[in-house]
Design a protein. Structure first.
Length: 257
């Protein structure tokens, strides 16, 4: 039996082939993990499938393999026009999620040494970092939205910038329709280890004060919480939740499906 790393509940309109493709599996790999399936053409909505670890490791494009060390920001990631889009060299989509790719997507931003995210004049840029990373992962947590919560291009008609508290509100109200679902610390870490973007965030209840958001990255949960990368009052590429949030309560976790 292959190693099981996730489960999936069959939804209307899905086929085994579509589900296998979504999780970067061959149909044979999916069937091997689900010996209860007698006829692949007869599946039931609501049936829960085992999702195995793929035997085929998707690769980072050759020109980027080993390129990003998390210390030196990649070209295209250092613009100080923080409310504007950047064009990082390595991107990813939901059809090709793997831990090694997510690691390298994060590392290219080198958040601990990137001038784009360094606190300036009392301003911190945790939401800009999460915006950049999730855009690169094809799972944008926006910095610009319209009144209906739709993701907009920077400074486009009807668009407004969103601060961290607004970002928490956006993901709570509009996250599901954009692929983001609520989870817990263990679920966020498991998602990151599968190459899926995951975040930890907290809305600040004090009027006029900002909350905080960090990327959950591949790694392990320790006594200091899940592995994280963040911008903020301190910036780091390899840390843990409490290094950025301290002992603050009411931290919420979301993963992108």
């Amino acid at each position: 039996m292959p190693q099981i790393i996730d489960t999936h509940e069959i939804q209307p309109g899905e086929t085994l082939s579509k589900i296998a493709s979504r999780f970067n599996l061959s149909l044979e790999e999916l069937l091997a993990a689900n010996p209860q399936i007698i006829n692949p053409d007869l599946i039931m909505i609501g049936e829960v499938l085992n999702i195995p670890d793929s035997e085929t490791e998707p690769t980072i494009p050759t020109e980027f393999e080993g390129e990003f060390d998390g210390i030196h920001p990649a070209p295209g990631t250092t613009s100080l026009r923080r409310a504007s889009l950047i064009l990082p060299p390595l991107t990813n989509t939901a059809s090709n999620r793997r831990r090694n790719i997510y690691d390298q997507v994060l590392n290219q931003f080198a958040v601990g040494n990137n001038a784009r995210y360094i606190s300036t004049g009392g301003q911190t840029f945790c939401n800009i970092f999460s915006w950049d990373v999730t855009r690169a992962m094809g799972a944008e947590i926006p910095h610009w939205i319209n009144a209906a919560g739709k993701i907009k291009e920077p400074a486009s008609s009807g668009a407004s910038e969103v601060n961290v508290n607004g970002t928490v509100g956006w993901i709570e109200h509009f996250g599901v329709e954009n692929g983001w679902v609520r989870t817990d610390a263990a679920g966020a870490q498991a998602a990151a280890n599968q190459g899926k973007p995951a975040v930890a965030m907290r809305k600040n209840p004090v009027p006029g004060r900002h909350g905080h958001i960090a990327m959950v990255r591949p790694g392990s949960i320790t006594g200091r919480g899940p592995a994280t990368a963040q911008a903020g009052s301190s910036n780091f590429n390899l840390g843990h939740l409490k290094d950025g949030f301290g002992e603050l309560p009411d931290i919420k976790y979301f993963k992108h499906e």
